[in-house]
Design a protein around this ligand. Structure first.
Ligand SMILES: Nc1ccn([C@@H]2O[C@H](COP(=O)(O)OP(=O)(O)OP(=O)(O)O)[C@@H](O)[C@H]2O)c(=O)n1
Ligand SMILES: C[C@](O)(CO)[C@H](O)COP(=O)(O)O
Length: 263
């Protein structure tokens, strides 16, 4: 960080001055976490004394690139998020950071995040704060594939359970072939222009036959773009319900030295 993110009021919530950033990372942390029901947004849930958002910021800004990080948070959490950014980013970091308010739906928060990136950013990784232990290697794998292909890229894991189609009463109608199915994670990577214009297109279509898109790959696909996959990883597990806390605790224990390393 070239100076404190509070030093320059470029957005309503504060920003650092920016140089020639080419990589942008948007960490979305503005969800309400209703399925978890912790009483605080998931990004601010603490594991071993640290907010989930802190882990995501630390990993994103550990990438060996000069980049610009945008953290998208609920408006009333902006000051807390700025404090986290200041704590995590070392004074000599090549990363600059902006905190900006989110929207009602995830795709709106991403759109606001993209808008807060400096013009010099040409490639964007969008990451859920709710996946705090996605590794730097995963970020690099996605980024390399975006730059190699010029397409959108998402991390994907094979589905390991047998899948059934059921009706509203829970009665099974058929077994679904799982061979062509994958579960996708974040970070998801995109050429900036493709992502920004896809979000504009989807915003105009809102209220149409499709519901709200749940990830950015879907946004790009709806706009006619190609989305590729790279191998995902178990440690990029998402906090969705209370059961996931146990999974995240075990991932943290398995990667404790690295994940709990102080700034
Ligand atoms: N309006 C929203 C909704 C979601 N997110 C972020 O998108 C990620 C994944 O979303 P999800 O798991 O659906 O989070 P929540 O919306 O918080 O969860 P819930 O649906 O249970 O309320 C999270 O890091 C969340 O903070 C966001 O920035 N803005
Ligand atoms: C973006 C995401 O993490 C990809 O799996 C996911 O779509 C988040 O939203 P969800 O509604 O919990 O699937």
């Amino acid at each position: 960080m070239s100076s404190s993110p509070l030093a320059n009021e470029r957005t309503p919530l504060g920003t650092a001055p920016h140089a020639l950033a080419k990589l942008g990372v948007v960490v979305v942390a503005a969800g309400r976490g209703e399925r978890l029901g912790a009483g605080v947004p998931k990004a601010f849930v603490r594991l071993h004394g640290r907010a989930l958002l802190e882990f995501a910021i630390a990993t994103a800004t550990s990438l060996p690139h000069a980049g610009h990080l945008v953290v998208v948070v609920p408006e009333d959490r902006a000051a807390e998020a700025l404090e986290l950014v200041e704590r995590v980013l070392p004074a000599n970091s090549p990363w600059e950071a902006t905190v900006t308010p989110g929207g009602r739906e995830r795709h709106e928060s991403v759109r606001f995040g993209i808008a807060a990136l400096p013009d010099s950013v040409d490639t964007v990784l969008v990451h859920d704060a709710a996946r705090p232990f996605a590794s730097a290697e995963l970020f690099e794998r996605v980024l390399a594939e975006v730059r190699r292909t010029g397409d959108a890229v998402v991390p994907a894991l094979a589905v390991s359970d047998t899948l059934k189609r059921v009706d509203a009463d829970g009665v099974v109608h058929e077994t679904v072939d799982r061979a062509p199915l994958v579960a996708v994670q974040t970070p998801q990577g995109f050429p900036r222009e493709a992502l920004a214009s896809a979000h504009e297109t989807v915003q105009l279509q809102e209220g149409g036959e499709h519901g709200a898109p749940t990830d950015d790959a879907e946004v790009v696909q709806r706009a006619g773009g190609t989305v590729r996959t790279v191998p995902g990883e178990r440690r990029a597990h998402k906090l969705t319900t209370a059961d996931d806390l146990t999974v995240l605790e075990s991932i943290l224990a398995a990667n404790a030295a690295e994940a709990l390393e102080g700034p």
